[in-house]
Design a binder for this molecule. Structure first.
Ligand code: 5RP
Length: 297
């Protein structure tokens, strides 16, 4: 079988310093889509720089009241003005998010398992119909895919079925790389997972940042990649991660815990915005975070 074991970075040619062209449209790999899909993507990604800040607070779909999300009305609504897109579940969207919001919606569309059964976490199904996505005015549908897990085939099938449905209506599908406990968070793994999902038609990919060879992941994925933040780390480190990811070809962040679990979520949200959209270096954005935090005190 072609190249089954030939995935070492040193044998590959990623052309990381040569940007992929997308003539006539601002977003990587998206220039040949239809009008509606392009318009939805332009609500998620800022046409001025091709980047997005998705605020991820969909964790409750398998974790219940996650730390920082016990009261979404109290903790997330103050962050809403500073993001481009809200990544959430339909339950929270209907019950908490004002329908007057101008932000794009990235709707969680897979689920069906919980952290009470960690061995079963990859056993997801599609959890939202396409009609429901249209009613909720979603720009993006997010589906978890567990490459390398016992439910790899099932979750890839969830992805491709959702893409078939979403393509009928010009809605984007974001493939979320779910890293099981048995999988290493390496560039090699993320190259494999993101590229497979892009080949199968995902319009956006989400994966974690890697300290090594992250640019090889973004280079060989023909559509935009955004990074998840992962577990809470110190604010400066999270800002460095966002900065380094964007410098190495990420189209922004889909960040949750490192914002809503921060000591000062609004200042952190604004600092992330400074890095992704404001041209700030991490140290500069961290200083802004500290200043804003001091002002709040
Ligand atoms: C939950 C998700 C989250 O949206 C994703 O992990 C981003 O959040 P965080 O920055 O907290 O990792 O997909 O499964």
């Amino acid at each position: 079988m072609a190249d089954l074991d030939g995935t070492q970075a040193e044998q590959k040619q990623y052309f990381s310093d040569v940007p992929q062209e997308s003539p006539g449209y601002f977003l990587k790999g998206s220039h040949q889509y239809d009008w509606g899909l392009k318009n939805r993507l332009a609500k998620v990604f800022n046409p001025a720089n091709g980047r997005t800040i998705m605020l991820a607070f969909d964790h409750g779909y398998f974790q219940g009241p996650t730390t920082g999300l016990e009261r979404v009305d109290q903790t997330i609504l103050p962050l809403e003005p500073y993001c481009d897109c809200l990544m959430l579940t339909r339950g929270i969207q209907r019950s908490i998010i004002p329908a007057s919001t101008q932000k794009a919606i990235a709707l969680r569309a897979s689920g069906g398992t919980s952290m009470a059964r960690p061995d079963e976490l990859s056993n997801e199904s599609l959890a939202c119909s396409i009609e429901e996505a249209i009613r909720l005015n979603a720009s993006v549908l997010a589906v978890q895919v567990f490459i390398g897990s016992v439910h790899e085939r099932q979750t890839i099938s969830n992805l491709t079925r959702l893409i078939d449905q979403a393509n009928r209506y010009g809605i984007a599908v974001m493939g979320v790389v779910a890293v099981g406990r048995e999988m290493a968070r390496t560039a090699r793994y993320f190259r494999l997972a993101t590229r497979i999902m892009a080949e199968l038609g995902a319009h956006i990919l989400k994966c974690y940042y890697t300290d090594e060879d992250f640019d090889s992941i973004t280079s060989c994925c023909p559509v935009p990649i955004v990074i998840a933040g992962g577990k809470k780390i110190p604010e400066l480190d999270a800002l460095k991660m966002a900065y380094n990811a964007c410098e190495q070809g990420a189209s922004g962040v889909d960040m949750g815990r490192n914002i809503f679990q921060s000591d000062a979520p609004v200042p952190m949200m604004r600092a992330v915005r400074g890095v992704v959209h404001g041209g700030m270096k991490p140290d500069e954005a961290y200083q802004m975070y500290q200043d804003l935090k001091a002002e709040q005190a």
